[in-house]
Design a protein around this ligand. Structure first.
Ligand code: NAD
Length: 468
């Protein structure tokens, strides 16, 4: 099929490349001219594992082209809208970009088009799109609007797109539902050449869930809010573990063994970030408010998350006593590993607070430093974790990049001023770190080692005495 994708960000670029990979002829547009020029010249504007290879492959056989939104509108029988929906100051999703694309389609498209919202949007956006298209259509455009929320995760987006658990579509006409099924047929049947694994193992076929547009839109916001709630829940359990003397890793393991709970998203840490959870929780709360539903449960989820950085800063302050003048190595700036995305990353608030308190920050991230430089200009960017740790009073781990597990800790032990590691992602083993000669502080894992136990007040006693 001839398909168009509007917006070449993390979602749009993956969507365009993967739809071309499964056999469609795809035209992808991008309004940021610098980004577009890069794409047209074969340069990646973002880091995402495997994506560059997929793009190279499908461009070589002429199934993916890049250009303007006008060209994209003229090309596709179906048009995927993948533009950003950032948060406004009041938490609402900013739908300006979506509205702009809808207006351009209404003015330029002719004949029949299936218009697909893949961006994450508030419920009833599909209805608004239909209204808007009717009002502005000048060329006798006939259309359907479908919702097709995207569940890919940055860092594994190609894999997630091609081997999803479910494909959700919201369509209010049989024609739209049939076209959506036709577009995704190779993925539904898992019949395509997988660009990620040669001899790709046969997986369970994804569930194709077809529903109405409103329900599809709600599925996305409800899913992300639920996952965010799981993270905030385990973060509060971690806080409790720190006070009463329990190990959150074991608590999470025990909880996750219950199939009704499951082990995913029960990793405590410095909080969630990125372009999805923080803004989607806010937008979902706003939708509920405007609909007269009291969903204050999600306000708490957000508040708990906002307090994570402060909670972690308290650990740093407690260890360093005076932060001013201290040299701090920050490892990891991306909001999660395997991406260069720093949008709403906890690293930003953490680093800004450390700078405000007078610390000197030497940071290292394998992929995100270019994107971090304009946001955090007052820190030193280092070319590897060892350089960042040189003379440091503390190493602070903010993103759990795999390479931080593979380091030469003897070398680090001699490079630092003080062998102190504060691990905001619980990625290292406390006993191992103590054996390597480091004082190691993580999240919710008290008591951690006999040595650390001995150096701290017995929390069970202090908890008991606090009760009376
Ligand atoms: N990033 C994720 O992991 C993820 C996952 C699922 C869903 N989503 C949702 O998908 C949407 C896109 O997210 P993203 O991370 O890809 O954002 P992004 O900012 O990386 O990409 C959006 C792109 O659209 C471009 N754009 C804006 N207006 C345009 C226009 N008129 N014509 C052409 N291009 C235009 C922007 O320049 C930008 O490059 C959001 O609604 C987001 O919530 C994101």
């Amino acid at each position: 099929m001839k398909l168009s994708v509007i917006g070449a960000g993390y979602v749009g670029l993956t969507t365009a490349a993967c739809l071309a990979q499964i056999g469609h002829e795809v035209f992808c547009s991008e309004s940021d001219l610098a980004k577009l020029a890069k794409l047209q010249n074969g340069v990646m504007p973002l880091f995402e594992p495997h994506l560059e290879d997929v793009i190279k492959g499908v461009r070589a056989v002429g199934r993916l082209r890049f250009g303007s939104t006008e060209e994209a509108i003229a090309w596709g029988d179906a048009i995927f809208i993948c533009v950003g929906t950032p948060p406004l100051a009041n938490g609402d999703a900013d739908l300006c970009a979506i509205e702009g694309v809808a207006r351009a389609i209404a003015k330029r498209a002719t004949g029949y088009r299936l218009i697909i919202e893949k961006s994450t949007v508030p419920v009833q956006t599909g209805a608004q799109l239909r209204k808007h298209l009717s009002v502005h259509s000048t060329n006798g455009l006939r259309y359907d609007v479908a919702s097709n929320p995207e569940f890919l995760r940055e860092g594994t987006s190609v894999e997630d797109f091609l081997h999803p658990d479910r494909i959700v579509i919201g369509a209010d006409s049989p024609r739209a539902a049939d076209l959506m099924r036709e577009i995704y047929e190779p993925i539904i049947k898992q019949e395509f050449t997988c660009p990620v694994h040669s001899g790709c193992p046969k997986r369970k076929d994804p569930v194709f869930l077809a529903t109405d547009t409103n329900s599809a839109e709600l599925i996305k916001h409800a899913s992300n809010s639920f996952l965010a709630m799981k993270i905030s829940f385990i973060n509060m359990v971690a806080n409790l573990c720190e006070v009463v003397g329990a190990d959150v890793t074991k608590v999470a393991e025990g909880m996750g063994l219950d199939p009704r709970i499951g082990p995913a998203f029960l990793n405590p840490g410095i909080g969630f970030g990125g372009f999805c959870f923080p803004k989607d929780v806010q937008a979902f709360v706003r939708i509920a408010e405007k609909s007269g539903c009291d969903f204050s449960l999600l306000n708490e989820v957000e508040k708990i998350n906002q307090r994570r950085v402060e909670h972690f800063l308290d650990k740093i302050r407690k260890e360093l006593w005076v932060v001013r003048g201290k040299k701090i190595a920050v490892w990891g700036l991306a909001f999660k590993p395997n991406t260069d995305d720093i949008r709403f990353a906890p690293s930003i608030a953490l680093v800004k607070a450390l700078l405000d308190e007078g610390a000197e920050v030497n940071a290292y991230d394998p992929e995100a430093m270019e994107k971090a430089k304009p946001v955090l200009p007052a820190i030193t960017y280092c070319s590897n974790p060892y350089e960042a740790a040189e003379g440091a009073d503390a190493i602070v781990i903010v993103t759990e990049w795999e390479e931080f597990r593979q380091l030469d800790w003897d070398r680090l032990r001699s490079a630092v001023e003080r062998p102190l590691v504060l691990d905001g992602r619980n990625m290292l083993d406390p006993t191992e770190m103590t054996r390597r000669g480091f004082h190691y502080v993580s999240v919710g894992r008290f008591p951690m080692t006999p040595e650390q136990n001995a150096s701290t007040t017995n929390p069970v006693q202090s908890f008991a005495s606090a009760e009376g």
